[in-house]
Design a protein around this ligand. Structure first.
Ligand code: MSP
Length: 630
């Protein structure tokens, strides 16, 4: 009995993603985190670990309630609708989560309440009042000294002043124990730069934090004082144990999987995970997760991709054009985990074309073609290996070891680099061995060996690729003639492709995609194209003529979330005075440009008829600045 239990514990692997706010649809940032977690989960399953992979949604709090209201839904209707979208997207990307937790589920709410009751009874919560700043988009409390030019230092949007009764959590008690723990466990926060960030934050001294809201209705009721709801971040963090059944009767999963091996998160939510969450766990006398792994941001021209900036990259669009595995491959390969990654259509296209279509796709295609041509489409019997075969086998062996250590060191990008060493070596091997010449020279034995070696290399590649680009891995095995798929790490060593197995040519793995042509062919736009434009209502605060120009006006506008300057070519149609106070419509995510030496960030919309009359677009009824136009 004991023995069995120990074996399970040794081989388990529990990985989580953050639970995403469901007020906006999945985007490349959330897809990234989920794909990385999925890759680890698939990898450890191949390695025969008992894996539990959790993802889900953060559905409470004022931000969600407001988003629902703005769209005319009740919060419940809204989160149910959005959950569908997330689930469908993850299915399409091949995410193999074992559970999907939603904070509005009863199974979660019960645990949150029990945790709160426990913390209260143990004396970690006390009543007080909070007066200070709050950023609703980030659901974060900020001190006056932390604000950046009066705005949220994280998302740079306006903060709100709060004054309300609250229960505080005694975070201040945990400065010393946390520091000690982090010092004794160097693997607790990764990468190291983030670990240092956490240490210096704790060293400044931790203050008690507000853990409940008495002015927010959309949340979990505090069991000992139901005027309050649980602060959304406390509610959310608890998902990592509620999904396992902590403090519930059905807590078998909790015993089996806790503590988590990896909490994968983005760098912006590090403090919640590496400071507040471990403090809560310490207060509950629970062991801490092994590693908090913080990844970087995807950026466009250096700025974070985010809905609020209107530069969202839609994963569905990329999958429509390039396929699921191209998306997974790009996200995993382009940057080492932990660093920021710059996204551009051209870098995506380049990866697709060179690594996937040219290197991998061609390799498979060439190998299947020579097998069909020279050995009647069957796996031939190899004879003795020569120098070249040994060289290739050495490279494969070495690369496998590197893949293992890269995964151990939390670097899937470098694991892929090692796999591509095999792909490239196999392409070289085929060029150097030139099977087409061996046939002519009558070197049958050698020809059989070359073809066998290539097929066997592809079999190994399919296993190695499975955690990263599973669809492709399956297609490779299909073309190699496998009816039942063979995915397990030990098959890298303990199996060989069966002699006599019939290969099967299939569709080209990565067909040519011409982005330019795609765009030029069509004059219709679809709804996704339209949604790329961030159209907003803006109020004109000031306007003046630009010197030496009779066409241009310089406008200062209020976009709700920020003030901007735009240059508009309307001076012949409007005087500056008549524009002040008007509510206009602007494209808020137009690339900034310099016009006559003035920075213009955004463009107002106006109509012009054939007679040359111009009229700017305004709103029919009053709308607040920043209102989205769709
Ligand atoms: N709901 C909280 C998490 C609670 S976990 C107990 C939350 N949600 S979020 O939807 O705003 O963000 C989820 C994750 O997406 C964060 O880890 C964040 O870093 C990540 N990303 C959002 N935009 C991103 C990029 N542009 N690039 C990479 N990831 C980024 O925070």
């Amino acid at each position: 009995m004991m023995k069995g239990a120990r074996k399970v514990a040794k081989n388990k692997f529990y990985i989580t993603t953050p639970i995403y706010y469901s007020n906006s649809e999945p985007h490349i940032g959330t897809a990234y985190c989920t794909v990385v977690a999925d890759t680890f989960a698939r990898y450890y399953r191949l390695r025969d670990y008992d894996v539990f992979f959790l993802t889900g949604l953060d559905e409470h709090g004022p931000k969600l309630a407001r988003s629902a209201e703005e769209r005319g839904y009740t919060p419940k209707e809204f989160v149910d609708m959005m959950a569908e979208k997330f689930i469908k997207t993850w299915e399409r990307i091949g995410i193999t989560n074992d559970d999907f937790i939603r904070t509005t589920q009863e199974r979660h709410e019960i645990v949150v309440q029990r945790v709160f009751q426990k913390l209260y009874e143990k004396g970690y919560l006390y009543k007080g009042s909070y007066a200070g700043w709050y950023c609703t988009p980030c659901e974060t409390y900020w001190g006056e000294d932390e604000l950046k030019e009066g705005k949220c230092p994280n998302c740079e949007r306006p903060v709100e002043w709060l004054e309300e009764e609250t229960y505080y959590f005694k975070l201040s008690l945990f400065s010393e124990p946390l520091l000690k723990y982090i010092e004794e466990h160097p693997e607790f926060v990764f990468p190291e730069s983030r670990r240092n960030e956490v240490i210096s934050f704790i060293k400044q001294g931790l203050k008690d934090i507000s853990a409940t809201r008495s002015t927010v209705k959309w949340g979990v009721l505090v069991p000992f004082d139901p005027k309050h709801t649980v602060y959304v971040w406390f509610d959310a963090l608890i998902n990592y144990i509620s999904a396992l059944g902590y403090l519930r009767e059905d807590n078998e999963r909790f015993d089996r999987y806790w503590p988590a091996d990896i909490h994968l998160i983005g760098k912006d939510i590090l403090r919640f995970h590496a400071v507040i969450w471990p403090a809560i766990l310490m207060a509950l006398d629970l062991p801490l997760p092994k590693t908090i792994l913080a990844h970087g941001f995807w950026t466009i021209k250096g700025g974070k991709i985010s809905k609020s900036k209107g530069n969202r990259v839609d994963p569905h669009e990329l999958m429509d054009l390039y396929g699921v595995d191209a998306l997974r491959y790009f996200l995993l390969r382009e940057v080492p985990l932990g660093l920021d990654g710059e996204y551009s259509e051209s870098s995506f296209h380049r990866r697709y074309q060179s690594d996937l279509a040219n290197d991998l796709g061609n390799l498979l295609n060439r190998v299947i073609t020579v097998t069909e041509k020279y050995t009647e489409g069957k796996v031939p019997e190899p004879s003795l290996h020569g120098e070249r075969e040994r060289e290739l086998l050495d490279i494969i062996e070495n690369s496998i070891k590197k893949v293992e250590s890269s995964m151990e060191n939390l670097n899937p990008a470098s694991a892929l680099t090692s796999i591509w060493e095999i792909v490239q070596s196999a392409n070289r091997y085929i060029d150097q061995s030139a099977p087409w010449n061996l046939e002519k020279m009558g070197k049958r034995d050698l020809l059989n060996t070359v073809i066998y070696t290539l097929l066997e290399t592809l079999r190994k590649l399919s296993i190695l690729l499975y955690p990263f680009i599973p669809d492709t891995a399956e297609k490779i095995q299909e073309q190699l003639g496998y009816k039942d798929k063979q995915f397990a790490w030990d098959l890298l060593w303990n199996a060989k492709i069966p002699v006599g197995q019939r290969v099967q040519k299939g569709k080209v793995l990565f067909p040519k995609v011409d982005i330019k042509e795609e765009k030029e062919e069509t004059s219709l736009v679809n709804i996704n194209d339209f949604q790329k434009l961030d159209l907003r209502v803006a109020k004109v605060l000031s306007a003046r003529k630009i010197e030496n120009s009779d066409k241009l006006l310089l406008l200062e506008i209020d976009l709700g979330f920020e003030k901007r300057q735009i240059v508009a070519g309307i001076a012949q149609f409007y005087s500056p005075e008549e524009l002040i106070g008007k509510k206009i419509i602007v494209i808020a995510n137009l690339e900034p440009a310099k016009i006559k030496g003035y920075l213009s960030y955004g463009m107002l919309l106006a109509g012009k008829d054939e007679k040359g009359n111009l009229s700017i677009l305004t709103v029919d009824k009053d709308l607040s600045p920043g209102a989205k136009v769709s």
